[in-house]
Design a protein around this ligand. Structure first.
Ligand SMILES: [Fe+2]
Ligand SMILES: [Fe+2]
Length: 154
């Protein structure tokens, strides 16, 4: 079995945010399982996007991606996926289809970053760059305990 690569401290806050992204995908799957009306899920994904996804993408684009540079194939892929995901989260027609796509594509994007991109970043980043990441991104504190409609709980 392949030994998992240890996540560098500087990237741990972003990895924790990924955990909440994967939970969002799980919540959407639960919603479909319980036949929740798509608009209720859409309200939640919209709130999640504004409070957690947008700042997460911003932090990655500002502090993480420059380590490899915009011309790097892995960064081109990551940026294209950010654009695509933002479009899906903002989509107001065919909401049900968009939710299915978010569930699938956000999950894949996070797994790509965790298994491929972040490993490459921590391999090539200088200690100065890692220190800078650590200094600028402490992580976004996540809580949806007070969200009005916990549709993922049956
Ligand atoms: Fe990302
Ligand atoms: Fe990410």
């Amino acid at each position: 079995m392949k030994k998992p690569i240890k996540r560098h401290d500087a990237l741990k806050p972003l990895s924790r945010e990924h955990h909440h992204g994967l939970l969002l995908c799980w919540k959407i799957r639960q919603g479909f399982k319980f036949n929740v009306e798509p608009q209720r899920m859409k309200d939640y994904t919209q709130w999640f996007k504004i409070n957690y996804l947008d700042p997460h993408f911003e932090a990655e684009e500002k502090f993480i991606f420059p380590v490899l540079g915009e011309e790097h194939d892995l960064i081109k892929r990551a940026l294209a996926e950010h654009r695509r995901l933002k479009r899906l989260f903002n989509q107001d027609n065919e909401v049900e289809k968009a939710l299915h796509q978010i569930e699938e594509e956000l999950d894949l994007h996070i797994r790509f970053e965790e298994r491929v991109l972040f490993n490459e970043i921590q391999k090539v980043a200088t200690s100065g760059q890692l220190a800078e990441i650590e200094e600028h991104h402490e992580g976004i504190h996540f809580s949806d305990d007070n969200w009005k409609d916990q549709f993922w709980i049956s």
